[in-house]
Ligand binder design. Sequence first.
Ligand SMILES: NC(=O)c1ccc[n+]([C@@H]2O[C@H](COP(=O)([O-])OP(=O)(O)OC[C@H]3O[C@@H](n4cnc5c(N)ncnc54)[C@H](O)[C@@H]3O)[C@@H](O)[C@H]2O)c1
Length: 662
Amino acid sequence: MPIDGSNDDLIKPRGSRRTCVVLGGRGYLGRSLVTRLLQLGDWIVRVVDSNHSLQLATDSNDGDSVLRDAVASGLASYCQVDVRDLSQIIKAVEGSSVVFYTEASDLPEHDFYACYMIIVQGAKNVINACRECKVRQLIYNSSADVIFDGSHDICNGDESLPCHWKFADMISDLKAQAEALVLYANNIGGLLTCALRPSNVFGPGDTQLVPFLVKLARSGWAKFIIGSGDNMSDFTYAENVTHAHICAAKALDSQMISVAGKAFFITNLEPVKFWEFVSFILEGLGYQRPSIKIPAWIVCYVLLVVKWMHEKLGSKKYNHDVSARFIHLASCTRTFNCSAAQKYIGYSPVVSLEDGITLTIESFSHLAKDSPFGRFSNFGEQSKAEKLLGSGKAADILLWRDEKKTFTCFVALVLLFYWFLLSGKTFASSTANLLLLVTTILYGYANLAPKISSFNTPKIPLSWFEISENSVRDSIMSVVYLWNRGLRILRLLAQGEDWNKFFQICLLEYMHLCNTFDIRENGLSLGCAFSLFGQVGSGGILGCGNSLTFLELNAALVFPFTAFFVYEQYESEIDGLTTTLFSLSKGLFMSYLPASMTSFIQNNRVLWKENGNVVNDEKLRKELYTDKMCPLKYKKQVERKCSDMIMNRFAFGYNSDGSDLD
Ligand SMILES: NC(=O)c1ccc[n+]([C@@H]2O[C@H](COP(=O)([O-])OP(=O)(O)OC[C@H]3O[C@@H](n4cnc5c(N)ncnc54)[C@H](O)[C@@H]3O)[C@@H](O)[C@H]2O)c1
């Protein structure tokens, strides 16, 4: 129920304070609208939202302090409603003359019914409540998305553009229906309505655009420009949207014929390249500006594959619509003509685009790259890939946190790789050549004149060549550790204690030898296992052997620089896929076991004895499936356990269903 409960509109003369309702008044746009209305001083504001109470911030939040003062002086009140319940809305809007309606934007997009009930049914309820309570004006916060089909450019589009009823996403479709209902309700039962269509709203506290861009930047995807990067877009600073609402309320009185029953585009009147805007925001927050162009159709296909994977894995966390919407916005031109709003509702932006961007960047400083959370990919949470790499310098390099550093390391590794492996020399002569080269360069540098024409040649300080005692001790310790470990493995192999490892090493050595011969002997093939094409003919043999080896070595070089990066981007997808593949291979393996064994494993009620204790097969499952065993070992253990079970069954008189044998 409204706290103030006044019917002042009906009693107070025109020109004094009027009562208005801001439905969705604790939301992003709603808060800004409430603050602006209270600052104007012409209104008694009833904040209506789904929260139990106002929940005012305790710190010095500007908007909340204005509202706190207004509540204390009786100029503002709060009322809790659910827009799906007509009776609640009737109580909330009773006695007001204007209703500003902004509905939720954080809707459960996978649930059509819930979205429909909030957007469309909610709009019907608000209209009916306004009629019932004789509210004079209803101003609906729509969106420019209602005329966008997700694929065609809109250049300087105005209100004459027809609604095509083809939408890129469900929310825009439902919002278009709600907007149509609001406009259709105009002038029925004395209610005047209009709708505002802001385009790409942003500003301090933005819950959609800026957080999405930051997330993109932290995951590394903001490096890419989708499409040509030349597409133009209109953006609207949030305060300008709320200003437009207040202008519309005034205009519904003064310019009734031109405004009532109409929709108006609202923008900052400063169209910019979409990627220019994104770059301003990202650079302002310390992130790299997007620079690599990728055709939009490739991104769309990748997104479809990701969607398909999520569907297969039954993942509910992934929101395809949000990513798809961003791709459409990011690759199409969407500019709107705002002259109708300027002419009929007297709108003009109160905050310029440049100031709006500056204020927004300031307000999101906690999400900036240098903030304590800047290194992490998921708002304070360390990624698995980063944990796996030890969160140190190696992680920073392999996860491309600093492109320059990573690129330098990669180039250095490539050079070493070619120097040592593909030069055709032995390791010792490659090392000797490298040392000779370094010594020659250093000698040459030391003998350079201190100044060559206008360039100074700084001397390299001697400290560069010093190695600290600790580093020497650490590296010796590492060498000693590796040496001891190698010796232990050798001892195991020599004593024949680990035949698996013995054969693995033999196989590896054999393949290595074959490939070395392939490279060195220039045409000689040993028909190695590695070179699958080795048997085809001596002409092709060398090529295949060489190129395969070359490819493998290259892959080994590129792998760490790509695999961890890709894993970080698609952590949940890759984990999910691995789990699915693991369970599939587990199922496949079980299907190859004899039926008697699988029935023992699958039957929950099977009992057997182990070390004299009766155990059910749950324990067996846990032991077998959670152990990190190699497939061969795994199979052997299953067989052994199953045969034990069969033995036990007869020895202890249990049936496979756990009942006693007769
Ligand atoms: N934020 C943007 O960038 C943007 C851009 C263009 C258009 N819009 C549109 O403006 C509108 C408002 O956007 P926002 O970002 O301020 O949304 P928001 O989600 O921040 O605020 C909506 C408010 O509605 C309340 N609410 C949710 N469910 C309700 C229910 N069943 N009954 C009553 N109240 C309920 C929420 O508590 C919230 O306070 C949305 O329709 C959105 O589509 C937003």
